[in-house]
Design a protein around this ligand. Structure first.
Ligand code: ADE
Ligand code: ZN
Length: 326
């Protein structure tokens, strides 16, 4: 890879990854063919030409549309296997993988189909790829809390092998406080808690996620840089921020990689780590994010090593697994 010798030796934990965002154009066509479905695109080039986004919503529209090809457990399993194989090659040794159950339910795919398809591959990931895993159910913040609570109860009733819940989809206008009861319930069930906040939304959403939802980790969080008091708090409390540089550029949350706040976040002493979000849509996996960062902002080997170590520390892995990876 392009990432450099030292980095390739560093174990990484992937903490911000939507499994549906790993669906590559080639796999979209293969699954559509297998399922006898017509796609609204005639070929790969026509699909790839749509991967030009103006904001989060413009991406979400294509991301949800492409999920239509995921119909069977085998489809979910094939997508998950392809991701883990690629992630292992990038140096990922632990992966906390989000999926969007409501996005599948709303198109008539049963909870069992998506959960069992993904979980069947995670179950042997350590043996097959040397990657330990955790499954995170992410809830769509542009839907109601009632919908999230119903799906959460169904996940618990089927004993879905979840380690955590998350909160994703359209951020602005859907503040964390909307999901206070969901996160309280998940905490009572013994699950770990994370939420997207401060991607497109304001720094105030990061504060809400911490104070009202009680999350341990913030996905993205880049907008904290607008609020110096919040930065000081995040530093003091060592709150992990799972930053996704290529995603932020492709969704226009930042203008260019050279303008990305990551170096300033590191300099401020924030507990940041680098992740890939939706790698099939944003131009790369975690190794690609590091390589592009190095080219754009001159990330040092020292900073790369710190980011890698932060990813392990910020994971929800057992202390034993963390010790193996550090
Ligand atoms: N779902 C998938 N990727 C996402 C992102 N970057 N932000 C919010 N929701 C998402
Ligand atoms: Zn995300």
């Amino acid at each position: 890879g392009m990432a450099g010798v030292l980095f390739e030796l560093l174990p990484i934990a992937e903490l911000h990854l939507h499994i549906e965002g790993t669906l590559q154009p080639e796999l979209i066509f293969a699954l559509a063919a297998r399922n006898g479905m017509d796609l609204p695109y005639t070929d790969l080039d026509e699909l790839r030409a749509l991967y030009q986004f103006t904001d989060l919503q413009s991406f979400l529209d294509l991301y949800y549309a492409n999920m239509a090809v995921l119909q069977t457990e085998e489809d979910f399993a094939d997508m998950t296997r392809a991701y883990l194989e690629r992630a292992a090659a990038a140096g990922v040794r632990h992966a906390e993988i989000m999926f969007d159950p409501q996005a599948h339910l709303s198109r008539g795919v049963a909870l069992e189909t998506c959960v069992n398809g993904v979980a069947s591959v995670l179950a042997t990931s350590m043996e097959d790829f040397g990657v330990s895993t955790m499954l995170i159910a992410a809830f769509l913040r542009d839907l109601s809390e009632e919908s999230a609570l119903e799906v959460f109860d169904n996940l618990m009733a089927m004993n879905a092998p979840l380690g955590a819940i998350g909160l994703d989809s359209a951020e602005v206008g859907n503040p964390p406080a909307k999901f206070e009861r969901l996160f309280a319930k998940a905490r009572d069930a013994g699950l770990r808690l994370t939420a997207h906040a401060g991607e497109e939304g304001p720094a105030a959403y990061i504060i809400e996620a911490l104070d009202i939802l009680g999350v341990e980790r913030i996905d993205h969080g880049i907008r904290c840089m607008d609020d110096p008091d919040l930065v000081e708090r995040l530093v003091d409390e060592r709150i992990p921020l799972t930053v996704c540089p290529l995603s932020n550029v492709r969704l226009r949350a930042v203008d260019t990689l050279a303008d990305h706040p990551l170096p300033a976040m590191l300099a401020a002493g924030l507990n940041v780590s680098v992740h890939s979000d939706d790698p099939a849509y944003f131009g790369g996996y975690v190794d690609d994010n590091f390589a592009h960062l190095r080219a754009a902002v001159g990330l040092s080997e020292f900073d790369a090593a710190r980011l890698a170590a932060n990813s392990i520390h910020s994971s929800f892995a057992s202390e034993e697994r963390k010790a193996e990876l550090l």
